[in-house]
Each structure stands twice: as C-alpha cells, then as structure tokens.
Design a protein around this ligand. Sequence first.
Ligand SMILES: Cc1cc2nc3c(=O)[nH]c(=O)nc-3n(C[C@H](O)[C@H](O)[C@H](O)COP(=O)(O)OP(=O)(O)OC[C@H]3O[C@@H](n4cnc5c(N)ncnc54)[C@H](O)[C@@H]3O)c2cc1C
Ligand code: SF4
Length: 489
Amino acid sequence: MIRRWLFADQLGPHFLDAPRQPVLLIESKAVFRRRAFHRQKAHLVLSALRHRAAELGDQAIFLRTDTYGEALRKVSGEPLDVCHPTSRRAREFVQSLDGVTMLPPRGFATPPAEFVAWADERHGRLRMEDFYRDARRRHDVLMDGDAPAGGKWNLDTENRQPPPASGVEVPDPPMPVEDEIDEGVRADLDRWEREGIRFVGNDGPRVFPATRREALARLRHFVAHRLPAFGPYEDAMLSGDPWMAHSLLSAPMNLGLIDPLDAVHRAEAAYRSGAAPLSSVEGFVRQLIGWRDYIWHLYWYFDADYGGANGLRATRRVPAWFSALDADAVEAHCLSDVLAGVRDRGWVHHIPRLMVLGNYALQRGWRPADLVDWFHRSFVDGYEWVMTANVVGMSQYADLGAMTTKPYAAGGAYINRMSDYCRGCRYDPRSRLGVNACPYTAGYWAFLDRNRGRLRGNARLGQAMRQLDRIDDLPAVRAQERSRGDEAP
Ligand SMILES: Cc1cc2nc3c(=O)[nH]c(=O)nc-3n(C[C@H](O)[C@H](O)[C@H](O)COP(=O)(O)OP(=O)(O)OC[C@H]3O[C@@H](n4cnc5c(N)ncnc54)[C@H](O)[C@@H]3O)c2cc1C
Ligand code: SF4
C-alpha cells in the first residue's frame, strides 16, 4: 500500500485508507521561523503531531527537519500520496513534487465539485444560508423527508439571547492532561526561544485536544452536557466565563482529529433521542456543515488575490499593543478582557472575534491583510483557509459584500445587550462624545461617516445612514476619534 504523507492538520483516522497504511509525518521547524505564532498554538500543533507519531509507532516514518524539502529528500525513491493540503502554498509545493500523488481533500463535509456546482449556479450571489440548506438536504441532516426537522430551517431568533444573569450553567469541558510528550514540546519551544524563534502570547497548560482520544472525549462531553445550552447563548459573552456552552472543538477539528460529519451525526442523535433541543442542535449543525464548510470552499472558490481585498481602503497598520496582545494597556473592558483571552489561551469564541476584535479593527480602518496575519498567528485554531473569508469577508467587509450583506460594525449598545462587559467599564456605551464616550459607539459613527460613499447604496444600512445624517455633533465625534488614533482605548 502506498505510503500516506500526512500534514500536521490531517491527523485523524479518516485521513488513512486502512488502519495499517504506512505513513510519513514531517515536523518542520522553518514554519516557526517565518512568523511569530502564539506559543500555545505552536505547542498544540507539535504535541498533536508527536502524539500521532507515537500512536502509529513503526507504521510511520516521523522526520523532524528544518524544511519539508529536507525531509522529503530522505524518503525520495518511495512513492507517496497525500490528501489535498489546506493552503494554496502547500498545494503548490505538493504539485511541484515528483512521485507524490495528491488526493481529494478530506475533513470537510461537502466535496469541492458539489460546492462549485452550487456556487456557479448562483452567478456570484453566494449566501451561507442557501448553501447550508442545500447541505442539510444533501447530507440528509435534520430532515423529516423533504422538510427541515421542526418545520424551520433557521432557529437564529431563538438562539440570539443575551447572557443569563446567573451565567450559563453547564459543566466545564474536560481538559487534557499533559504527558511526557508535552513536556518534550515545552522544553523544545523554550530552547527555540533561546535560539531566537519568537512567539506571542503566554504559555500555559494545554487546553485543546492533541489526540483523537482527547478530541472524542471533548466531543462526547459536549453533546451530552453542553449542547443543550449551546443554541440560546451562542452569541452572548460573559467576562468571567470564556467557554460558556461552546464546543471548543475548532482546534481538534482543524487538526483533522474529528470528522465534522461524525460530530453532526452525534448532535442529531441527541435531538432525535430528546436529549438536546432542536434550537441548539440546529445551531451547532449550522456551524459545521454550514459555516465551516462554506468558509473552506470560499477559500478555494475565490481567486488567490481575495486575501488581499481592501474594498474599504483601510490603510492603518495594526498597532503594537494589539499585535503584542497587550491587554493591560487597554481600558475598554470588553476589548481588554477579550485580548487577555487571546493572550492567555489563544482562543475566544465567535462573537468576541467578530464583534469585539474584528469590529474594533473595522471601525479603526486597520489593514485587512495585517489582521488576517494577526488572527492566523494568534489563535490556536487559525489556519490560512479559515482566515481568509472569516476575516477579509465577514469581519472586515473588505470584499464589499461578496459574502455578507452588510459590515459587522456595531456600537457599544450591541456589546452591552449581549454581554456583562459594560457594567464594569470606565466608558459609557450610550455616550459617543466626551471623556466617557465608548470607543465602540463613537467608532461606529466615525466608521459610517468615513465610508459614507462606499456604503450609501447598502439597503441594510439605510436606517443607520439616515441616523448618521441627523447627528448634530458629528464633527466633534469625528475629531475625537481622529485624536484617539491608534492609542489603546
Ligand atoms: C474574525 C474571525 C476569525 C475566526 N478565525 C477562526 C479560526 O482561525 N479558526 C476557526 O476554526 N474558526 C475561526 N472563526 C470561526 C469561529 O469563531 C470559531 O470556529 C469558533 O469560535 C471556535 O470555537 P468553538 O470550537 O467553541 O466553536 P462553536 O461555537 O462550538 O462552533 C462549532 C464549530 O463550528 C465551526 N465553525 C463555526 N463557525 C465557523 C466559521 N465561521 N468558520 C469556520 N468554522 C466555524 C468550528 O469548527 C467550531 O468548532 C473565526 C471567526 C471570526 C469572525
Ligand atoms: S462601554 Fe464600550 S468599551 Fe466599555 S465594555 Fe461597553 S462596549 Fe466595551
């Protein structure tokens, strides 16, 4: 049987054709020299790779080299195959090699040809909701015959609740127990740092699964104990509870340790058995065969230069305090807490990413490409394929609406409604002018004002634009935000 070369994000059994298939695994140090990743991300990836090598034993050749090329030269002569890699750069590299066959991608629900057929039919009008409904039908998930289970495709209205005052009462997710492999990784990373390789963020006990066993434990626990509360509070934020009822599965999913359809089937089984409500199960299924797959396919479907899109002409560099994850420099409670979460764990959930971090960058006009790089390096689950559409399209509206109908820009009122942050903040979410002016509220109006020309035709912003026209202190707000500049708020 031909030897299967597995990239470090292809570690689950579904990347092999048979349990005893010979394997090649490569750990390349050069990757870490190219850019400063979060220390916990580097730890997770190396730990996962080394754990997989240990599991496979003599079934795998495991090479630790500086570059992939160096490793491949050591096994030259033996034919290899490899599942389609997850970045354009890696795909080009694989295509340039003799004796390596590239297979179709795995680890996603919808095959590429089905996505392309779906997208081509729409002549550029791509909407996640349409793709998701189509995927539900094709995979026969949460369907009763031809109709969606419960009669509705979308239960977002039930799922957008503010956080409950008493907090979300679910048991914490099971945390991995570090072993001697983690110890070895930590010692190597310490040594690499002494040699000059730079990381960002704090080191800490490993929070995310590095093995299939750990990943399955987290998935089973989530479906049994946390999924019922997932839906209602998936958009809410609480300062003392970073996890809430989220699954914390993106990192092991992106390492290839869990097949998303397996997670979807388990969630559906919980609904069918009455163990979890439809709103939560639908919300979770939507994330996996909807959003995750959609983002993956858009990465390949859009041209390679989509990653450099900058339709709003945002030209400011990401400031040093943000790129260094210096949460202590920030007074705005929401941003400080979220940035501290990235610094300490390399993870915050979807809404802090979109409505606190991304929203702030959008309002300030930071360069989308800088932000892509920042998210990619700073998050434990960050990979190029998942950055491009999430950051360029959804968060920064740099494609001027190729994937969303309006920019995800919002003032402090949204953050106040969906979190407990504003109560402990020195700013006032209702105020746009003066010493207590909330940087999000003032920043929202300054953003709309700066982009009037580009956003004027957007029907979904019509009401906001009319409100903007009625703001009599707009020149003062404009001047205030200009002078706030790129200082930490
Ligand atoms: C600006 C921005 C940057 C993001 N960067 C990443 C990233 O680097 N890596 C990443 O995996 N996700 C990213 N996301 C999507 C999403 O925020 C994370 O997948 C999610 O927060 C991970 O936590 P969780 O596993 O608890 O997810 P849950 O809330 O429990 O959701 C379940 C699963 O759905 C999938 N999912 C949901 N939404 C998305 C999405 N938009 N794109 C891809 N997968 C999705 C993930 O696999 C996730 O594990 C980003 C979103 C935004 C707005
Ligand atoms: S007042 Fe503004 S800055 Fe402070 S927590 Fe609320 S939204 Fe964030």
